[in-house]
Ligand binder design. Structure first.
Ligand SMILES: CC(C)(COP(=O)(O)OP(=O)(O)OC[C@H]1O[C@@H](n2cnc3c(N)ncnc32)[C@H](O)[C@@H]1OP(=O)(O)O)[C@@H](O)C(=O)NCCC(=O)NCCS
Length: 228
């Protein structure tokens, strides 16, 4: 159990999906199994090899994370059984995560750390700082079995609606993939066309494209309903 747990904000439970903004792991909401599932979600999409311990450290960094949990479907269980030993035994599992990190840029794209490792302190994340003026949406990632149902879109809309931090800039660290860039644009982001070459050297799409969400337009998402 993690000490000094703090939930920044816990929101809707509609009807089964629970979406929450987490700052520090709320122990009663995320357990060891959840950490294992979250590592699977990330490792499968990003071809990384992070451990549940790293995940725990990351979530306890004080940065903002948005996690969706839902009742596991048969398809989820079958998929996770192939990847996780021992198999999962709780009916509710994480199905998606949005990871954010603070940065100080003064609005200058060149000040964004030049690679994922530097941005995220080797994937361990880093504490928030009161000096930060930029919130970087590092990654949005959902469980493979949940693709095609707009879960990621709903999570992002939820995030945009609920961020309360007074950042001046809200930027992404998006892999330079056309479809993913279109996905962000459809949610209101603008392409800054600022490319950071080789920012994710281990990932097949190693270049990163900074996209910018309009801070002042976050209320656009105010009425977003999150449901199945
Ligand atoms: C990006 C993501 C969160 C979107 O979730 P969603 O809103 O539920 O939408 P979907 O998963 O159905 O994806 C939307 C479209 O983007 C495409 N897409 C998403 N991630 C992609 C990727 N990494 N590479 C290529 N295409 C991708 C999907 O194939 C889909 O295309 P389609 O509409 O033609 O079928 C989810 O697809 C995901 O976890 N992708 C892998 C991680 C990733 O690339 N994240 C990018 C943001 S940092």
């Amino acid at each position: 159990m993690v000490k000094n747990q703090k939930t920044l904000k816990i929101h809707q439970k509609i009807p089964d999906i629970i979406l929450a903004l987490f700052q520090k792991i709320p122990g009663s909401k995320l357990n060891a199994q959840d950490l294992r599932v979250l590592t699977t979600i990330l490792n499968d999409s990003w071809k990384t090899n992070i451990t549940p311990e790293t995940m725990k450290q990351r979530l306890n960094s004080g940065s903002l994370f948005i996690i969706a949990k839902d009742l596991a479907t048969d398809k989820d269980l079958k998929y996770l059984k192939q990847r996780l030993a021992p198999p999962i035994n709780s009916p509710t599992i994480p199905v998606g995560i949005i990871e954010t990190i603070d940065s100080k840029t003064g609005g200058n794209y060149n000040k964004v750390p030049k690679n994922y490792s530097a941005l995220t302190k080797k994937g361990l994340w880093k504490p928030q700082t009161s000096k930060s003026d930029t919130l970087i949406l590092v990654d949005a990632t959902i469980l493979s079995t949940r693709k095609g149902k707009n879960l990621g879109r709903k999570m992002m809309a939820y995030t945009l609606k609920n961020i309360t931090k007074p950042h001046k800039y809200l930027w992404t660290y998006t892999p330079n993939i056309e479809k993913v860039k279109r996905w962000h644009e459809s949610l209101g982001a603008k392409n800054t066309n600022h490319i950071i070459k080789q920012a994710r050297p281990e990932f097949i799409y190693s270049d990163v494209n900074i996209m910018s969400y309009p801070v002042q337009q976050r209320n656009l998402y105010k009425d977003t309903k999150i449901s199945h």
